[in-house]
Design a protein around this ligand. Structure first.
Ligand SMILES: Nc1ncnc2c1ncn2[C@@H]1O[C@H](COP(=O)(O)OP(=O)(O)O)[C@@H](O)[C@H]1O
Ligand SMILES: [Mg+2]
Length: 165
């Protein structure tokens, strides 16, 4: 597994920034040019998706100060043995000076260009080997669906089994 693309928009000093790492990379740049910010972006996405930390705490005050757009986005491309995963995270920031915290607007996971996972507006759509007509509900806009998804699918599978069994 290897990260082959990192895209960051409206995060600290990085706007519409794309980096396509190779197996060995050298990042050179003056102090304050954004080297650390790039790794920080990947770390925050990791904390959200793997550790289940809240978007409100992770992304507060991380928007580019001179960018007037409220939407911040991150994309990762990960090449595995059998194909490429693309993940996109959208963070909605409150309007300037508003008291609300940032929240997750959307999450998208594709495998080789095919959608596996979509989150937005309180609904999660999964397209996997299990099929489900109804979306999973996920009303917590601050934590990602991923940290709990395997448990939820097991629960869903279990309830389906008992329904038919
Ligand atoms: N919210 C923000 N919006 C825009 N720029 C920011 C924000 N917070 C910090 N910065 C700027 O981002 C830069 C931080 O760069 P950094 O990633 O630490 O660079 P490096 O690791 O290359 O020295 C600094 O120039 C800092 O002024
Ligand atoms: Mg640095």
């Amino acid at each position: 597994m290897m990260i082959t693309r990192i895209y960051v928009d409206n995060f600290l000093c990085l706007g519409n920034f794309e980096f396509r790492p190779k197996q060995l990379n050298l990042l050179l740049g003056e102090n304050g040019s954004g080297k650390t910010s790039l790794f920080f972006a990947v770390k925050l996405v990791r904390d959200l998706v793997v550790l289940g930390a809240s978007a409100a705490s992770l992304f507060a005050f991380k928007k580019t100060i001179w960018d007037r757009r409220d939407l911040q986005s991150f994309e990762l491309e990960i090449e595995g043995l059998d194909g490429t995963f693309s993940y996109r995270l959208e963070i909605q920031h409150p309007p300037r000076e508003a008291p609300q915290k940032p929240h997750i607007k959307g999450e998208y996971l594709d495998f080789d260009g095919r959608p596996l996972f979509r989150y937005g507006g309180g609904e999660v759509h999964l397209s996997m080997t299990i099929t489900r007509r109804e979306p999973f509900s996920h009303s917590n806009r601050s934590t990602a669906f991923f940290p709990t998804w395997s448990r939820r699918i097991r629960e869903f599978d279990g309830s389906r089994t008992s329904l038919h069994g």
